[in-house]
Design a protein around this ligand. Structure first.
Ligand code: GDP
Ligand code: MG
Length: 843
């Protein structure tokens, strides 16, 4: 029944693909396994897809990745998150907890070689499975910019969740073309319709339905491929896929066939509003627009990464439904590295395209007509991992040229040359040595002593001892690390234990820059700070298990929230001249610093040369000395040193030694000081550091320093009967604010995310097929209510993180465990009234 391909499909060139999909059901058996050999043959750039899987925690990212590996023939067994045996969640902590903590890379071929006619090549998919918990958002943010496309997964029951919105915005910042995959359609309560509507409203993207779900009564059995006009049915155990023709559908399920035609017409209609090629074919052939034309139009519409439109797919990864067509979509719609916008680099305070940069690079001294020296390669370190036996591993994406083991690489952030010991291809926990890493590829290197996340690596012809001046500081922009909101104190019993912990902390924060540490000057405690409760629990776990710190060698404090400090009013200008000897070297430098509270409106008027760091904005001015033809200093170095000094000065406030935030720093360098006396970078840094400290000290003496605490935005889903007590507790005892209470069915899909990218979408114009038994559903719900089932409410608002970090346990006693609590990072807010008094007593 499933084997015939309709003549209609073939006429429009759809037969080939359908046939390919059909053959895939047997592909697993013949496509034995991906060998290391593959890794040695670098794929051509057109055949590469570097993609990420992004979503809220538990949407099914790891499960989908696992199915992709299996169906591509890369693995022989299907791992399961719930059994702790997936390929990408390989850390012991991930397996125990059933969550993804670190992003993991895997590579596989699609379609599997065995099903392709000879002469055709498979695409090489480099996939990064990311964590979905908001505490690990930096892990997602650092990986996204190096990817060329992403699959955003939604839970078909829960729809768009808070972290889905966040990662969607992160993908937006890097203009990553995206696909949407509505997963878990096998679950009770799943609604494709609601998921699509929420995506349109909250993510502000126009959904292009390439598939609609195939429900047989209550059972989710497959998907309807709207573009090729076929049904795809799956075996829930093996995932074997069968193609059902339109004619067969018409015989056995005419309503579904009609819905498929309707969906296709809607898709063509929408596409033809925005794409000329499809409009012409539409005018000529009416609805018989070929699958190829539709797919090309979709590709054109999403390739800019602005996500005005997003192709939508359906499935249930756990029950093996919909994964192979999703892989087809990755290959068909997401770009290869050469189709991405040109790399942008920062030089000084400007950001330009790489070719613009090469044009403007200054010519060699004494040979103004000569071309600047070529740059052989540009790569970006996006992650550093301590792999145990192999040591620190730097994950790299190459944007231009290629790297080999003999590459002499200039790290333009650390200003050192480094050479890799080995270059490797990463596949989850396995690494295979490879000779080179060319443009568009992702790999890992050992042997880099200094590289950190966000560093840029460049190579030049010849074996230089110093990087050509024009390129010394050129960088690829790296994502900022978000400010820490919680910390844990560690008090070692002995100096030896302390040294060992410090060494581990150094390595841990090099692996994960969103983990920071310092030694408290007063208490001598080591303070480890991070993004939240889970993040710090995991960090502590890693110190004990991976870095082998013995727990008994120190006192470990509780996880507490990290306060910060802010200014109420601008300071007067503070001039500081630093002229002490540093490490025996005499020198002198001076600057003036003025600090002011950073109001929201400042963001609009900021100068291009301002830099944002840890919630502060720093602006450096360097007036040029009079009567000089040649500058006695390098402006870029001076800017960086002043900047470093300001950061150090802001890291400890005058009130609680907590970091200062929401501050606008103006630093003006004094160029008139005598520079012939061997001033070092340290002198400049210290001039800025002491000037900032003096300004803060004076502000504190004038009672102009406030305390800020991290807030969190919460959503509590709870039974109606508990909701009053919860609201009361939050607003009276927790210092929080309830903003909205609503029934789930009153969900407002009219576009609730303000001011974010994308336009508001008129939902009445968005086509979505009805869910099965939609009409009957409300009757069922009515029945439920009368039979005494619990009515649930959503309570939304904001509250101090300190109160909410462990609120889940407290809620349990109020709801009998029938609740869910979601926390999303909020702003830092001023501590006032009784909370401020309580704090003063604390310290
Ligand atoms: P991630 O956090 O996004 O990586 O999600 P996981 O892949 O770890 O899955 C979270 C949970 O959802 C696990 O218990 C999975 O077994 C389950 N799950 C994933 N996909 C599906 C699905 O399609 N249907 C159902 N019913 N459960 C699923
Ligand atoms: Mg996961």
């Amino acid at each position: 029944m499933f084997t015939t391909i309709s003549s209609h499909a073939c006429r429009h060139g759809q037969g080939k693909l359908s046939l390919r999909l059909f053959v895939l059901r047997n592909a697993r058996l013949s496509n034995r396994s991906y060998t290391t050999e593959h890794a040695h043959h670098e794929a051509r750039i057109e055949n590469i897809r570097n993609i990420g899987i992004i979503a809220h925690v538990d949407a099914g990212k790891t499960t989908t990745t696992e199915r992709m590996l299996y169906h591509s023939g890369r693995t022989r067994h299907i791992g399961n998150v719930d059994h702790g045996n997936t390929t990408t969640d390989f850390l012991p902590m991930e397996r125990e907890r059933g969550i993804t903590i670190q992003s993991a890379a895997v590579t596989f071929q699609w379609p599997p070689k065995s099903v392709l006619p000879s002469g055709q090549e498979s695409k090489t998919i480099n996939l990064i499975d990311t964590p979905g918990h908001q505490d690990f958002r930096y892990e997602v943010d650092r990986c996204l910019p190096i990817l060329d496309g992403a699959v955003c997964i939604m839970d078909g029951v829960k729809g768009v969740e808070t972290h889905t919105e966040r990662v969607w915005q992160s993908a937006h910042l890097s203009n990553i073309p995206r696909l949407l995959y509505v997963n878990k359609l096998d679950r009770d309560g799943a609604s494709f319709k609601r998921a699509v509507q929420e995506a349109a409203a909250r993510l502000k993207t126009w959904p292009l339905l390439c598939q609609i779900p195939w429900w047989q009564k209550d059972d989710f059995v497959g998907v309807i491929d709207v573009i090729h006009e076929v049904g795809l049915r799956f075996s829930k155990t093996s995932g074997a896929m069968a193609v059902v023709t339109k004619d067969t559908l018409a015989t056995h399920n005419p309503a579904l066939k009609d819905e498929m035609e309707k969906a296709r017409l809607q898709l063509i209609d929408k596409l033809s509003d925005h794409d000329e090629a499809i409009m012409e074919e539409y005018l000529e052939h009416d609805i018989n627009v070929s699958a190829g034309t539709i797919k090309k139009a979709i590709r054109r519409l999403i390739i800019d990464g602005k996500a005005r439109f997003t192709p939508v797919f359906a499935g249930s990864s756990l029950t093996n439904i919909g994964v192979q067509p999703l892989l087809e979509a990755v290959v068909d719609y997401l770009p290869n590295p050469s189709e991405r916008p040109e790399l942008r680099v920062m030089t000084g305070s400007k950001t330009v395209t790489f070719s613009e940069f090469m044009e403007m690079a200054p010519k060699k001294k004494g040979a103004p007509h000569q071309k600047p020296e070529p740059v052989l390669s540009v790569s970006h370190v996006f992650k550093v991992v301590d792999s145990g036996a192999r040591g620190l591993m730097s994950w790299v994406r190459t944007y231009h040229g290629s790297l080999s083991r003999s590459s002499h690489m200039w790290n333009s952030n650390m200003h050192v040359f480094e050479k890799p010991q080995n270059i490797m291809h990463v596949s989850a926990k396995d690494y295979h040595d490879i000779p080179t890493l060319s443009t568009g590829h992702i790999g890992a290197m050992t042997g880099l002593k200094q590289a950190r996340t966000g560093d840029t690596l460049l190579t030049f012809p010849g074996h230089q001892t110093q990087a050509p001046e024009a390129y010394r500081s050129v960088r690829i922009k790296a994502p900022e690390t978000p400010p820490a909101v919680a910390f844990i104190s560690i008090e070692p019993y002995t100096k030896t234990a302390g040294d060992k912990i410090v060494d581990a902390l150094q390595r841990l924060s090099r692996e994960d820059p969103s983990i920071r540490w310092h030694k408290d000057e007063r208490s001598e405690q080591l303070i480890l700070s991070g993004m939240g409760l889970l993040h710090l629990e995991i960090a502590q776990d890693r110190l004990l298990t991976h870095y082998k710190i013995e727990k008994e060698t120190a006192i470990w404090g509780d996880i507490e929230v990290e306060y910060s400090e802010c200014l109420f009013a601008p300071t007067r200008p503070h001039y500081h001249e630093y002229d002490r000897a540093l490490r025996g070297v005499a020198g002198r430098a001076a600057c003036t610093v003025l600090l002011e509270p950073l109001e929201a409106c400042h963001h609009d008027t900021l100068l291009e040369s301002s830099v944002e760091r840890d919630g502060n904005i720093i602006h450096v001015s360097i007036p040029l000395p009079e009567d000089t033809d040649e500058l006695p200093f390098d402006t870029e170095t001076v800017r960086q040193q002043l900047f470093n000094g300001a950061i150090a000065g802001l890291s400890r406030g005058p009130r609680r030694s907590a970091p200062v935030r929401k501050c606008h720093v103006h630093i003006t360098f004094d160029p008139e000081k005598d520079w012939s006396k061997n001033s070092t970078g340290g002198h400049i840094t210290n001039a800025a550091l002491f000037a900032v400290r003096a300004a803060l000290k004076e502000a504190h003496e004038n009672a102009q320093v406030g305390i800020l605490e991290p807030f969190t935005n919460f959503t509590i889903h709870c039974p109606e009967e508990a909701s009053h007590a919860i609201q009361h507790d939050i607003s009276s005892a927790r210092g929080g604010q309830v903003m909205e209470v609503r029934k789930p069915e009153e969900e407002d899909y009219s576009g609730s995310v303000d001011g974010k990218a994308g336009e508001r979408i008129d939902l009445t114009k968005v086509y979505v097929p009805p869910d099965p038994y939609e009409g009957v559903q409300s009757l069922r719900d009515e029945g439920k209510k009368t039979s005494g089932s619990v009515r649930m409410l959503h309570i939304m608002g904001k509250a101090p993180l300190k109160e909410m970090m462990k609120y889940d346990g407290h809620l349990r006693s109020m709801t009998g465990g029938r609740h869910t609590l979601t926390l999303d990072p909020g702003e830092f807010e001023l501590v006032t009234g009784p909370r401020e008094k309580a704090l003063a007593l604390d310290s």
